[in-house]
Ligand binder design. Structure first.
Ligand code: 13P
Length: 248
């Protein structure tokens, strides 16, 4: 139906040299790519130009981990969507749980970032997910659907459906604990239902302690179209192995 997507979110790791080494190993390992799967890597902002150059001859895409909701101006320390496009980015994460929690990003801010990204021609990857407490309180679908609704309200359903949505349960991010394939599929199917007809071909990714060891079963679920990988994407062989486990 459409290509699956495997994303490596490098978070705040590595020197420029390490970033270029990792990118070069991936470019070599991924060769001409794969007709069914697109690989995208998301280095820290400062390494984007060097990493983009290192993968320029490959099919690997580049993304950023965050973007400003503003297009230009006196916003010290921020990076605009246009600047990311200018450096060769195709994707950008918006609403990652670490930014929602540590940088107090509200769903409204996330929606503004989503709109800024899409307006500049980037494909936003909207991250959503519940905390452990919310899961234990049976609020998972309610929380995730409210996070999506906040963006739909401001950006419009059609625009959300042409973006990518990543379900990352907060309790599974960086903890070594993964949602079971069944838990993940349940939430993915609820997201698909929320998007309705227009969302039948929206790419839905799962993230949260994905490793080569658990990836095949997760990716086999009908509404999981790829993965958003943190820790395991910092190791070329492991990330390539994960990518190879995805079927379109
Ligand atoms: P981990 O794969 O390290 O759990 O991180 C997931 C994530 O946050 C990707 O954006």
């Amino acid at each position: 139906m459409f290509k699956s997507l495997i994303v490596g979110n490098w978070k705040m790791h590595g020197t420029a040299e390490e970033a270029v080494n990792l990118a070069s190993q991936l470019a070599e390992g991924w060769n001409a790519g794969n007709d069914a799967v697109e690989m995208a890597i998301f280095p820290p902002f400062i390494h984007i130009p060097a990493v983009a150059a290192a993968v320029a001859k490959s099919t690997i895409s580049i993304g950023a981990q965050n973007v400003s909701e503003y297009s230009a101006g006196a916003y010290t320390g921020e990076t605009s969507a246009e600047m990311l496009v200018d450096q060769g980015c195709k994707y950008v994460l918006v609403g990652h749980s670490e930014r929602r929690a540590m940088h107090n990003e509200s769903s409204e801010t996330v929606a503004e970032k989503f709109i800024a990204a899409q307006s500049a021609g980037l494909i936003p990857i909207l991250c959503v997910g519940e905390s452990l407490q919310q899961r234990q309180g049976n609020q998972t679908v309610e929380v995730v659907s409210a996070q999506i609704a906040a963006v739909v309200e401001r950006a419009g359903l059609h625009n959300v459906c042409r973006a990518v949505i990543a379900y990352e349960p907060v309790w599974a991010v960086g903890t070594g604990e993964t949602a079971t394939p069944n838990q993940a599929q349940q939430v993915h199917s609820a997201i698909r239902a929320q998007l309705g007809e227009a969302g039948q071909s929206t790419q839905l990714l799962y993230g949260g302690s994905v490793k080569a060891e658990n990836a095949a079963e997760l990716f086999a679920q009908p509404d999981i179209n790829g993965g958003l990988v943190g820790g395991a994407s910092l190791e070329a062989v492991e990330f390539l192995n994960i990518a190879k486990l995805i079927e379109a």
